[in-house]
Design a protein around this ligand. Sequence first.
Ligand code: CTP
Length: 450
Amino acid sequence: MGKRNKVITYGTYDLLHQGHVNLLRRAKELGDYLIVGVTSDSFDLERGKLNVRNNVLERVEAVRRTGYADEIIIEDYVGQKIDDIQRYDVDIFAIGSDWEGKFDYLNEFCRVVYLPRTEGISSTMLRSESQPVHRLGIIGTGRIAQRFVPESRFVSGVELTAVLNPCPEEARAFADRNGIAASHASFESFVGDVDAVYISSPHLTHYEYAKRALCAGKHVLCEIPMVLSKAEAEELYALAEAKGLVLLEASKTAFCPAFNHLVALVKSGVIGEVVDVRASLSKLVSGRLRELDTMQAGGCMTELSPLPLLAIVKLLGKEYSSLGFYSKMESGVDVFTKGIINYPHAVSTITLGLGVKTEGNLVVSGTKGYVYVPAPWWKTDFFEVRYEDQNRNRKYFYAYEGEGLRYELQEFISMIVSGRTSSHRLRRSESILIAEIIEKYLEKESLTLI
Ligand code: CTP
């Protein structure tokens, strides 16, 4: 028997359709053994493909059922195609003509064939047909709202349809600038235009807006800090639950791929038992800004603590034993705060600065090694696991696309579509705990001024 003619092809194969089936048939006809590489979920995320519906097991199963694949492998990293072609001794690399020219570099390793693509169908098309577009309204027109608009375009199944600002001119200007159809100065008229809201107004307005939106039957994605007290957080989540609505705190780091992997690695014991977490975040500001305004809940703790607290709560859990805070105050707001959150078998610190600059990194120390995430750790795209024996150190690189707000929006929409009211990336109990710690700080009982 002569050598088999091996063909390899790759794809996501989400919502398997006739185009995929035709392509696999044509690829198989090129030889007598077909290997199909199906992208892993994390590889798709890393490539910015955030909307894939079927998980990798479902996609592999769908490819298997076509009957054309002799072998199915998982594609998990950039550059893997070259490795696979050599490892499996592949003769032909085949891919749809939409990729014409893009894989010519593989000619060095095997024959590259671009097969005719089936017109008029794609996973993207099926995803948008089967998913109603959710009308999202933005409350607030400040800096974060402005950053959110372009980010939302990377998430399918959502359209920004309205904006609310009590000042009609500002609402209109924001809508015009960003191509949003409707602008409103009144909540009642605004809420009629949307299915869900994104709250990015000043901190002290979050609770009221979230409550009103939930009462009006709208899903809510709320900027950090969602609220500044445990009772308010509990009340809002209970209200959302009772109404069957999604309420998600937009703690962006919680939803980005690298941070999720970091948490999973630490939980699986790669640095042993976690004994110390140190998370810092500083942003030097001056002038008449909300961040420094006592009347708008300014100060480091309200402004900067939610992300460092997220890291601590994710890594050490919710059962802390005591809290201590040290702050430098200026004109009534904390411009520097160090917080110590003790656990029965671990300790953690947050170091925050609005008027003090410090290195914004994250260090997670364990009994076997530590994880180092350089500044700005909250936009996680890289971290390193380090050991006494430096030869064992490992660096992990990820994409952190744009401003990173697309990840939280993606999770929010996915929760709405699938009817999930809770996200394992940021549990409601974790969000409540973060509000509780901020509240304890504001009560000043464990505060020492420096
Ligand atoms: N393909 C095809 N005809 C189509 C759609 C896809 O021949 N109408 C081919 C692609 O060229 C590729 C393989 O099917 O070789 C897997 O593609 P994949 O990216 O999974 O499918 P798409 O439907 O193009 O997905 P998306 O819309 O998410 O990009």
